[in-house]
Design a binder for this molecule. Structure first.
Ligand SMILES: Cc1cc2nc3c(=O)[nH]c(=O)nc-3n(C[C@H](O)[C@H](O)[C@H](O)COP(=O)(O)O)c2cc1C
Length: 238
């Protein structure tokens, strides 16, 4: 019997009624069967300082790294600040990326989404994040993208996502993250920790009792990548 697929979500905004925190809450609500999304608050994480790091990770950083390590996948909601990744989020990723070559970000599947007041819906911030994840060797889901533009029209006064097309796109993103995680979990030889039970669209996969782990994995890979061998970069973590 396999446990749920655990996803760690965090947002690059500390604002109580943040649209991006609202996106994470919506993701918790819309997660496919078998996926559990836990939210980590970045507020206690101090500014990166190599001198502090040399003395040992501060407790909030250690907790953040442990939460990443224990998650099967990550879900990041980024605002866009001055056409880029907000400092709150970049700072947290900088801590988590240490030590380079052995960090908890290596090989960890991640999906990126974001909401902004502007028309581009965090497109530029998301591209910057993807660029960071090249260096950290963190395999970011390519599609679908979730760019929530003109966020003020899509969330209510409490910061909850109300726009139905956006909610549907979010469902698609979460289904795709489940598939991506299953595939990379196998390739990274992490075992079938997730027991992924959803495909794109949210249909339930057969339970672990109905399919062996190998069958479950083979079926998911075949369905997602029908005619190709896995790319070489998925084969290892370090
Ligand atoms: C310093 C700063 C820079 C911003 N730069 C952008 C920007 O480049 N593009 C954009 O669409 N919105 C920009 N905004 C507006 C944000 O989209 C808006 O504050 C949004 O609510 C932030 O997300 P949150 O609700 O999750 O905090 C900026 C806001 C701040 C405070």
């Amino acid at each position: 019997m396999y446990g749920p697929l655990t996803v760690l979500g965090f947002a690059g905004s500390l604002r109580a009624r943040s649209y991006n925190r609202g996106l994470l809450r919506a993701a918790q609500e819309l997660a496919p069967p078998g996926m559990e999304i836990r939210i980590f608050d970045l507020a206690p994480i101090p500014l990166y300082n190599a001198d502090v790091e040399a003395e040992g990770d501060p407790a909030p950083v250690a907790a953040f790294k442990a939460a990443i390590a224990q998650a099967d996948a990550l879900l990041i909601a980024t605002p866009e600040h001055n056409y880029g990744v907000p400092g709150v989020l970049k700072n947290a990723i900088d801590w988590a990326s240490r030590p380079p070559g052995e960090s908890v970000l290596i090989g960890k599947p991640v999906a990126i989404m974001g909401a902004s007041l502007g028309m581009a819906g965090t497109a530029r911030a998301q591209l910057q994040l993807r660029q960071c994840f090249v260096f950290t060797r963190t395999p970011a889901l390519l599609y679908p993208e979730l760019l929530v533009a003109r966020a003020a029209e899509k969330f209510d006064a409490e910061g909850s996502l109300t726009d139905e097309p956006t909610r549907e796109r979010l469902r698609e993103l979460l289904g795709a993250l489940a598939e991506w995680t299953l595939r990379l979990g196998v390739r990274a030889d992490r075992g079938l920790k997730g027991g992924v039970v959803a495909r794109n669209g949210g249909d339930a996969l057969p339970s672990a009792e109905e399919l062996s782990p190998e069958e479950l994995v083979d079926e998911a890979i075949e369905e997602t990548f029908p005619a190709s061998d896995p790319p070489a970069w998925t084969l290892g973590r370090g």
